[in-house]
Design a binder for this molecule. Structure first.
Ligand code: AMP
Ligand code: ZN
Length: 117
């Protein structure tokens, strides 16, 4: 069923507590944890607890939860005192997506170049 946990999904395992993560925030619908390979002083991933392969499919099926992910991204940035920050949803292998469970990267704590590579 859409949104159900996937046995082979790393982020579903983090939601279930089967893989450890440095969790910074959790809500009924989302988990936020530090990226294991940080690209900035603040690099936190915000994920929905439900499994969808990318942000757009999450938003199509569960727009309220997609909104929760965005709100939590802002809460993380506020907690990290990042006034300027970037929310990134890599979508597709060609754009650098490696984990196919929707997630927002929240990047901050340093100057961020535009456009990104
Ligand atoms: P993406 O490449 O956009 O799919 O993002 C996946 C992110 O997950 C990468 O930035 C990885 O560094 C990060 N990552 C992979 N495994 C873990 C883990 N066990 N805990 C935290 N972050 C992870
Ligand atoms: Zn998953």
């Amino acid at each position: 069923m859409a949104g159900e946990p996937q046995a082979d999904c790393l982020f579903c395992k983090i939601v279930a507590g089967d893989v450890p993560a440095t969790v910074v925030r959790e809500t009924e619908t989302t988990v936020a944890f530090r990226d294991i390979n940080p690209q900035a002083p603040t690099h936190v991933l915000v994920i929905p607890k439900v499994h969808y392969p990318d942000a757009a499919s999450l938003a199509a099926a569960e727009p309220g939860i997609a909104g929760d992910v965005l709100r939590e991204a802002g809460e993380v940035a506020a907690e990290e005192k990042s006034e300027s920050y970037r929310i990134v949803f890599n979508t597709g292998a060609g754009a650098g997506q490696t984990v196919f469970h929707a997630h927002a990267h929240v990047l901050g704590g340093r100057g961020l170049q535009w456009p990104p590579g």
